[in-house]
Design a protein around this ligand. Structure first.
Ligand code: ZN
Length: 228
C-alpha cells in the first residue's frame, strides 16, 4: 500500500477500525509526528524550532539511523519528545514472515530502549503497509500500532503551500499528523517540511491549539475515535 492510499476514504475507514488513526477529543490538541529519522541536519533544526515554540512531538525512528545518530535521539528524548518504533530497516512489514516482522520491531525497540530506558509505546508500519499479521505481531510485542489522520505527503516535496493546504484541510482536534524529518536518502531535502510546519504551528498556536506527545494526546481522550 502506498502512502497516497491513506487519502482514500474507504482505506482510511478500514485502517481506523484496526489501528490508531485519530483521537476523539474536544481539546484543541494535535500530535505532530515525524518519521524516518534521526537525521543529522533536519532533526536538530526541527528540535530547535520545537524548543523555541515550546512544542512537543513524537518521532518514529528507524533503527539503522539510530545506530548512526544515537546522540540526536538522546537529545530528542532529553527535550521531552516521545520516541516511536518505525522498524529497523524501513521495509514493508506485511511482505515479511512473522519472525522477521518481530525482528524489525525488536531490534529498533532495543536501540531506542538503550537511549530512553524503555520500549516505545507506539509503532508505525513503514510506508503504511499493514496487515492483520503485522498488527498481531506488533501487539504481541506490546506495541500500539498507529498511522495518523493527516498525511500531507511532505516527503514528496510538493511545495510549502501544497503541504500547508493539505494540513489545514484535515485539521481537527485529536488529529495525528504524519511528517518526515528523515528520508530514504540521507541527502533528501526536508526544507519544505520545516517551513510548512513553522507556519502551520504558528497558525494553530494563534487558534489556541496545543501540541502534546502522542501518548499525552491518547491519554487525554482515553478513547479512539469511532469511524462509524
Ligand atoms: Zn517511514
Amino acid at each position: 500500500m502506498s502512502p497516497s492510499l491513506l487519502d482514500v476514504s474507504s482505506v482510511r475507514d478500514y485502517l481506523s477500525r484496526r489501528l490508531l488513526c485519530q483521537v476523539a477529543t474536544e481539546h484543541k490538541a494535535v500530535a505532530l509526528t515525524f518519521d524516518d529519522g534521526p537525521h543529522p541536519r533536519h532533526t536538530p533544526w526541527l528540535l530547535d524550532m520545537l524548543a523555541a515554540k515550546g512544542l512537543k512531538a513524537t518521532f518514529f525512528v528507524v533503527g539503522r539511523r539510530v545506530r548512526r545518530y544515537r546522540d540526536i535521539l538522546a537529545r530528542t528524548h532529553a527535550e521531552g519528545h516521545e520516541i516511536g518504533n518505525h522498524g529497523d530497516h524501513h521495509v514493508p512489514l506485511s511482505a515479511l514472515p512473522d519472525a522477521l516482522i518481530a525482528r524489525e520491531l525488536k531490534v529498533c525497540g532495543k536501540l531506542v530502549e538503550g537511549v530512553t530506558g524503555q520500549q516505545p509505546r507506539f509503532m508505525r508500519p513503514p510506508m503504511g503497509w499493514v496487515s492483520d499479521r503485522v498488527l498481531s505481531v506488533a501487539r504481541n510485542l506490546d506495541y500500539e500500532p498507529v498511522i495518523g489522520s493527516i498525511h500531507p505527503q511532505d516527503s514528496r516535496q510538493p511545495g510549502v503551500e501544497v503541504i500547508l493546504r493539505r494540513l489545514r484541510r484535515r485539521l481537527e482536534p485529536g488529529a495525528i499528523i504524519i511528517l518526515h524529518d528523515g528520508g530514504w536518502r540521507i541527502g533528501a531535502s526536508r526544507q519544505q517540511t520545516l517551513q510548512a510546519i513553522d507556519t502551520f504551528t504558528d497558525e494553530l498556536l494563534a487558534e489556541g491549539y496545543t501540541f502534546p506527545t502522542l501518548s499525552e494526546l491518547v491519554d487525554m481522550a482515553g478513547t479512539v475515535k469511532d469511524p462509524a
